[in-house]
Design a protein around this ligand. Structure first.
Ligand SMILES: [Zn+2]
Length: 62
């Protein structure tokens, strides 16, 4: 069983909750990279962080 350490919260997480952010979520990628310059998409983040960064955005309703 391989765990991974979430690059953005530095917590040891079970591999199952690792999230790979798709390119459709590029805006989320940009925000994470601002805070964590060494982070790259393929590193993934944990679900918690993903939800956190995702919650920073509110879809614009036009
Ligand atoms: Zn995390």
């Amino acid at each position: 069983m391989v765990d991974f350490i979430c690059p953005t919260c530095n917590k040891n997480m079970p591999y199952e909750i690792k999230v790979i952010i798709s390119h459709t979520d590029q805006h989320i990628v940009d925000v994470i990279k601002k805070k964590h310059p060494k982070w790259v998409e393929k590193d993934g983040i944990c679900k918690k962080c993903y939800e956190y960064f995702k919650s920073q955005f509110h879809p614009e309703e036009k």
